[in-house]
Design a protein around this ligand. Structure first.
Ligand code: HH2
Length: 286
């Protein structure tokens, strides 16, 4: 299996890919305001790449529960200078975390290679046509509702079947819009319109979701379901996130979107050296 994004290619099996998060936002749920200055955001991205991030994901709009949408001009103002500067400084592919085709287009022009779309549930094909025309990679994530309302009362008859059916349907819609399967990574959207128990069910369903035939991404890092299940506050959730990450990696998940890159890379490498990682294949275990 492979994932291609413009001139970048990830072949599997390999050590799971760690995507480092660069939130250029004043209000992200765990690090809002820390990297809102473009210079600090670029330094942060360079540091994450040096720590072993194989992709940097740059975002200018928080999608935490209750977040209000950011106007396009403001999102462009936050992210484009950071994408442009990082494109000249790091070798790893850059991903733009956006729901807006206009922001995705400008970021691709500035040097990004992947569109990370938390709103892949849309019907308008503009985003996908843009991805197809540019040869970019695409992360299709499941979300029930919108960030403003999604955590009020998430309901499913069978969360795993419903998320799986949604992602499988997206693969078809993407193909219709010209995005080939090898450019797509699927993400069940941990914390996006799901209860703590529903998030757990989705992580446990890693093997089943892999049956869709594409690599799987999980965004577990610092998420509130870890805190709710274990009674731990934001700064203390890393051990829980690492445990869930290793479990999912052993069961075949291959992309992890994380804030704590150095710790995650260290844990994944050790796990792979012990021979426990379904994805390692040996090739990337230096
Ligand atoms: N989670 C967040 C944002 N983007 N993208 C994907 N593919 N998967 C995720 O789970 C995911 C995502 C939320 O995390 P963060 O960026 O730290 O927070 P905020 O949305 O408040 O900026």
């Amino acid at each position: 299996m492979e994932f291609t994004a413009r001139h970048h290619r990830f072949g599997f099996p390999r050590l799971p890919v760690v995507m480092g998060i660069v939130n250029v936002t004043p209000d992200s749920f765990s690090d809002g305001g820390r990297w809102v200055d473009p210079g600090l955001a670029v330094e942060h991205g360079e540091r994450l790449a040096a720590e072993g991030a194989a992709i940097l994901d740059i975002g200018g709009e928080s999608t935490r529960p209750g977040a209000v949408p950011v106007p396009e001009e403001e999102e462009l103002r936050r992210v484009i200078p950071v994408v442009r500067a990082l494109a000249g400084k790091v070798a790893v592919p850059l991903s733009i975390d956006t729901r807006k085709p206009g922001v995705a287009r400008a970021a691709l022009d500035a040097g990004a290679s992947i569109v990370n779309d938390v709103e892949s549930s849309r019907e308008d094909p503009e985003m996908w046509q843009l991805v197809a025309a540019s040869g970019a990679g695409y992360v299709a994530m499941h979300m029930q509702g919108s960030p403003e309302t999604m955590q009020r009362d998430p309901r499913y008859t069978d969360v795993v079947s419903e998320v799986s059916a949604f992602l499988s349907g997206r693969l078809l819609r993407l193909a219709e819009a010209g995005v080939p399967p090898e450019s797509v990574v699927l993400d069940p959207g941990i914390g996006f319109g799901k209860s703590p128990e529903q998030n757990l069910q989705l992580v446990r369903a890693t093997g089943r979701l892999l049956g869709l035939g594409r690599p799987l991404m999980l965004g577990l890092s610092r998420k509130s379901f870890l805190g709710k299940l274990l009674g731990v506050e934001m700064p203390d959730r890393l051990p829980a996130a690492l445990a869930a990450t290793l479990w999912a990696a052993r069961n075949g998940a291959s992309f992890f979107r994380v804030h704590d890159v150095a710790a995650t890379v260290q844990a994944l490498r050790m796990d792979a050296m012990l021979g426990n990682c379904a994805n390692s294949g040996g090739e990337a275990v230096a």
